[in-house]
Design a protein around this ligand. Structure first.
Ligand code: ADP
Ligand code: MG
Length: 329
């Protein structure tokens, strides 16, 4: 029962952006290296995500839409060392309960593709043949069509799309090996090639954060393992930076997080060069043993709890402080 409770913790679908987050995480979990997103009307009318990942077997298609069906977790201990992004087995079920959802998939060993659909809580029982290359497409139409109260809480198309784009940005910054495309109402918003070199990664950064960020940022040297911690990424120098507070990205084991310990360590490192009202821009990646960090603190998974927060704090602070000190005239 405890496992069920932990897994069931929290709602999933708040707005189009939360749908996109869950779908993208599934695609990344499936090993895709190419994901294409088509959005209409801020995601309320249509969210269509196609990936070229491992797909879902015909027999498992209806299962994928049912609650607490996850292929990603066996036992409670697994929650401790969550390697994959999704682990609750309820995203697709929750999304399909408030939309018209079609799941089309073809694993590599299958000759052809199959599709299942659901409308609100009603699952359309039939599995029908479909045309689709290896991989999966999830199509979510008319979000909240059957829950007008929730629909009323949605903001303008522009605002919803901005939230959704932010989700895409974060995942694109955490998965360089994957190519992303994002279209809104037929127009290409982002077209990001898979980035497997330093140059390609910087190109992605400049596409997502602007040329200025890359020009003003110093690439960190990869730090040697200190107590099993590794930090890398880019730091903008606040001397030049006109960055907004939202240009601050900190990833822990590939997930973007917001954390007091981290924020404090970063700010402290910058303190000597921070002018009043300036916000440093940064994209930083901390990697550590998953057993040393609890990512299950909150269902939306933006929060973490470090087992040894003092150690993490000091490591981040010392590493960044040294880089900044080196850069000072
Ligand atoms: P979870 O990701 O927590 O397991 P979801 O409801 O998000 O739960 O997905 C249910 C299951 O459907 C997954 O465990 C996975 O087996 C399958 N699945 C969903 N999306 C994809 C995808 N894009 N590619 C391959 N399998 C998928
Ligand atoms: Mg999932």
């Amino acid at each position: 029962p405890q496992l069920a409770n932990q897994i069931a913790a929290g709602e999933v679908v708040e707005r189009p952006a939360s749908v996109v987050k869950e779908l993208l995480e599934n695609s990344l979990d499936s090993g895709a290296d190419r994901v294409d997103l088509d959005i209409e009307q801020g995601g309320v009318k249509l969210i269509r995500l196609r990936d070229n990942g491992g797909g879902i077997d015909k027999a498992d298609l209806p299962l994928a839409l049912s609650r607490h069906a996850t292929s990603k977790i066996g036992m409670l201990e697994d929650l401790e060392a969550v390697g994959s992004l999704g682990f609750r087995g309820e995203a697709l079920a929750s999304i399909s309960s408030v939309s018209r959802l079609t799941l089309t998939s073809r694993p590599p060993e299958q000759e052809s593709a199959w599709a299942v659909s659901a409308q609100g809580r009603e699952m359309l029982a039939e599995i029908i043949p479909a045309a689709h290359p290896v991989g999966t497409t999830v199509e979510v139409r008319d979000l909240f069509f059957n829950t007008p109260a929730r629909r009323k809480f949605l903001k303008t198309e522009k605002t919803e799309f901005r939230h959704l784009e932010e989700v895409v940005k974060r995942l694109a910054l955490s998965c360089y090996r994957v190519g992303f495309s994002l279209r809104h109402n037929g127009k290409v918003v982002h077209q990001l090639r898979a980035a497997d070199s330093e140059t390609a990664r910087e190109q992605r950064l400049s596409q997502l954060l602007g040329k200025a960020f890359v020009a003003e940022s110093v690439a960190l040297d990869v730090q040697a393992e200190a107590s099993g911690l590794r930090l890398w990424g880019w730091m903008g120098l606040p001397t030049f930076s006109r960055a907004q507070p939202d240009q601050q990205y900190f990833f822990v084991n590939g997930r973007v997080i917001r954390d007091k310990v981290v924020t404090h360590a970063v700010r402290q490192a910058y303190q000597d060069v921070l002018y009043h009202g300036r916000h440093p821009a940064y994209v930083l990646y901390l990697e550590l043993d998953p057993a040393l960090v609890d990512v299950n603190v909150h269902p939306t998974k933006h929060e973490v709890r470090f087992r040894e927060s003092r150690l993490v704090h000091d490591f981040i602070f010392r590493t960044l402080y040294r880089v900044i000190a080196d850069m000072r005239p």
